[in-house]
Design a protein. Structure first.
Lengths: 405, 282
């Protein structure tokens, strides 16, 4: 990144199981509140896992007809809500048609979710290709009058970090004046809940929904699905300066690698994920000891959490027992494609509020995950550098470094 | 890893230029898919047993296109272990999801295959290629809709320009043409049925520019970007829209000298073949 061209985050919009506003989400994270509950939106009596982090009704953007909004697919509702909230937060909403606004969205299961919802309503989109003309990214650009380039990306649960990295690069290349980046996923659907359940990836602690997501705890038995999304406004530092607007943070570093090991199971070799973290830290010019907070990927699966702990030990070295680590999936569940974006938001909240969100339900830490846990309660601490790990199916490993500005 | 190519400055502020170091193209009729699932690796070694058993058809042909490129250009084993993999399938997993929906309706939750999500999500193609060739660089999927080809080229260009990887495998796949799937009681439109369609795939090995590099040149320029905003937008209206089919057709035609396409996500893609056959240069 050239001088003055650092990518700053100047706006954020989100829809999560903890709430649909920055204030509500920040309060939820720092109160250690769980957004997980029994799924009641459809019949789950036959599902092995019956719980999830589900969002409240999605706020209709100002300037949009509520009746028309209600007819949209829930994923499209989340995208529009997040994009508008982010642009308003950055004070760009009224100027959006005069700017080249780029859009990079992590959308890993757009078509699966659209086809399933359509089929449940008696539609035939999955059968008839002519009914699938426009993607949600293109629809978003049309509805919000964006004129810059727009794409969706997917690296499963790491998608949001890839989106932020692409957006930063687009700004560097001058492809857009500002760029919206983030990820959304409304994956709590009958078929996805069944598919992950049959994969034996999900917690079956159905009688204790709020205690089911327990990353790093010895009693963890799988992840809990979640849904929602987060979108950010990225703009060059110089532009933010000129506008005199405050920023949440700088997107200071990004690293990515692949396990090349298995489509589902994380590599027992920590080297690939370690390489992604080291690349991100080098990109940001940060030493491990300078990290104030790590938002771990830790999904609450027995194998995944222990594998990440090995990665953190390898990267942090002696600092592994002093750099605070938590997994906010303990509160939101695992938002799949949207996870990295919502966890980037958790990092921004830590920077903004000077407090670290905890890993709740961490009653009995697994000795295989011997880290400096922020267990069960938020911790007051000034945060200058926050790191967010996000790994995903397909062997993806990513790491994002956010610096206070 | 030391790359055979080195990063050179971008040719213009907003244009990413790269070389096409190798490519492979595949057209496969549905009946050939079972055989393709048993294909061996590009270096004469077998793939792990059942490696492609649960993969989507587009993953199978996409991987076949990559293998073809590796074989045709004699790319050395491990030469791209640090590359990126960017895949743009089109309406990915449609056939499997249609089947899964019918089975879910009939059998309930336990009828959903645990392989559905790992192998029919947008990242599945890039992840499988990464695993098959032991590529440790970034891998991700792009778009998944009808305009996947354009979005994928843009994402790959940005990744390449970032300078973190020496090269990027770009894989574009889709049914060609998109068929109408059969559903009991649903009248068919004029669209072809699956048996009348083929699976198409193109794999491109893109590298950064070097002064002595040969072979086709690709230049990717988004619309509305910087100094060329106005002229590019004007020019775009007259260009053919970039697609998997157009690219495949051009790559399979040795007489092609250059082509210029409009990217559906905004911008243009210029393809300049500087010599008659790229096969001579590696």
């Amino acid at each position: 990144m050239t001088e003055g061209a650092a990518a700053w985050i100047t706006g954020a919009g989100a829809v999560t199981p903890l709430g649909n506003s920055y204030q509500a989400i920040a309060d939820g994270f720092l109160e250690g509140r769980s957004g997980v509950r029994m799924v009641t939106e459809f019949d789950v009596s036959d599902h092995p896992s019956q719980i999830a982090g589900v969002v409240d009704p999605i706020p209709c953007p100002v300037d949009m007809d509520p009746a028309e909004f209600s007819r949209l697919h829930r994923l499209e509702q989340v995208i529009l809500s997040c994009c508008q909230a982010a642009l308003r937060d950055a004070d760009y909403w009224n100027d959006r048609d005069t700017l080249r606004i780029g859009l990079v969205l992590g959308l890993g299961a757009e078509w699966l979710e659209v086809w399933e919802a359509d089929a449940n309503q008696g539609g035939n989109r999955v059968y008839d290709p002519s009914l699938n003309a426009n993607s949600m990214v293109r629809e978003t650009c049309r509805r919000l009058k964006f004129s810059g380039p727009a794409i969706s990306v997917s690296a499963a649960c790491a998608s949001g970090n890839y989106a932020l990295a692409q957006a930063r690069q687009w700004l560097e290349l001058g492809w857009a004046d500002i760029c919206l980046a983030g990820a959304c996923d409304m994956g709590v659907t009958p078929m996805a809940l069944a598919g992950f359940g049959n994969l034996r990836a999900l917690s079956r602690r159905n009688d204790q929904p709020q205690a089911a997501s327990r990353p790093f705890d010895k009693g963890r038995d799988g992840f809990v699905m979640g849904e929602g999304g987060a979108v950010f406004v990225l703009e060059p530092q110089a532009r933010a300066y000129r506008r005199g607007i405050s920023a949440y943070a700088e997107v200071a570093g990004f690293g990515a690698s692949s396990d090349a090991y298995n489509m589902v199971i994380p590599s027992p070799d920590p080297e690939p994920a370690t390489a992604a973290m080291r690349q991100a830290l080098a990109d940001a010019g940060i030493d491990p000891a300078e990290i104030d907070y790590i938002n771990a990927h830790a999904t609450s699966t027995p194998r995944g959490d222990a594998a990440e702990a090995k990665v953190l030990e390898a990267v942090l070295g002696s600092a592994v027992h002093s750099v605070p680590v938590s997994s906010t999936k303990s509160m939101t569940g695992h938002l799949l494609t949207a996870a990295a974006a919502v966890e980037a938001l958790a990092c921004l909240i830590a920077i903004d509020r000077g407090a670290l969100p905890p890993t709740i339900n961490l009653a009995d830490p697994d000795p295989e995950c011997d880290l400096c846990h922020v267990a069960n309660q938020a911790r007051s601490q000034k945060v200058r550098v926050a790191v967010s790990n996000s790994f995903g199916f397909g062997g993806s490993n990513t790491c994002l470094v956010l610096k206070a500005v | 890893m030391k790359s055979i190519f080195e990063l050179s400055p971008l040719v213009a502020e907003t244009t990413v230029a790269c070389r096409l170091a190798a490519y492979g193209t595949v057209r496969a009729v549905p009946a050939s898919l079972p055989g393709l699932r048993q294909m061996g690796g590009p270096y004469g070694d077998p793939l792990p047993t059942s490696f492609l058993k649960h993969s989507d058809e587009q993953t199978v042909v996409g991987l076949a296109a990559v293998f073809q490129a590796v074989r045709r250009y004699g790319l050395a084993e491990g030469a791209f272990s640090e590359w990126g993999v960017v895949a743009g399938p089109r309406l990915f997993g449609r056939l499997a999801v249609a089947t899964a929906l019918q089975r879910f309706a009939a059998e309930g939750a336990w009828g959903v295959s645990p392989h559905l999500i790992p192998h029919r999500s947008l990242h599945s193609l890039s992840g499988t290629v990464s695993q098959a060739l032991e590529i440790r660089g970034p891998n991700f999927g792009v778009a998944g809709g009808l305009e996947s080809a354009s979005e994928t080229m843009l994402a790959a260009a940005a990744l390449l320009a970032e300078g973190q990887v020496p090269g990027v495998w770009v894989i574009l796949t889709g049914w060609s043409p998109e068929p109408h799937l059969e559903k009991p009681g649903l009248p068919l439109t004029g669209a072809p049925r699956p048996a009348e369609s083929v699976y198409a795939a193109v794999a491109l090995a893109l590298t950064t520019l070097v002064s002595d590099a040969e072979g086709p040149l690709l230049q990717i320029t988004p619309a509305g970007a910087g100094w060329n905003r106005g002229s590019l937008l004007d020019m775009n209206t007259s260009l053919p829209r970039f697609s998997l089919e157009l690219l495949q057709e051009e790559l399979e035609t040795d007489t092609m000298i250059s082509a210029n396409w409009r990217l559906a996500c905004g911008g243009s893609l210029e393809f300049e073949r500087v010599e008659s056959s790229a096969e001579n240069r590696l």
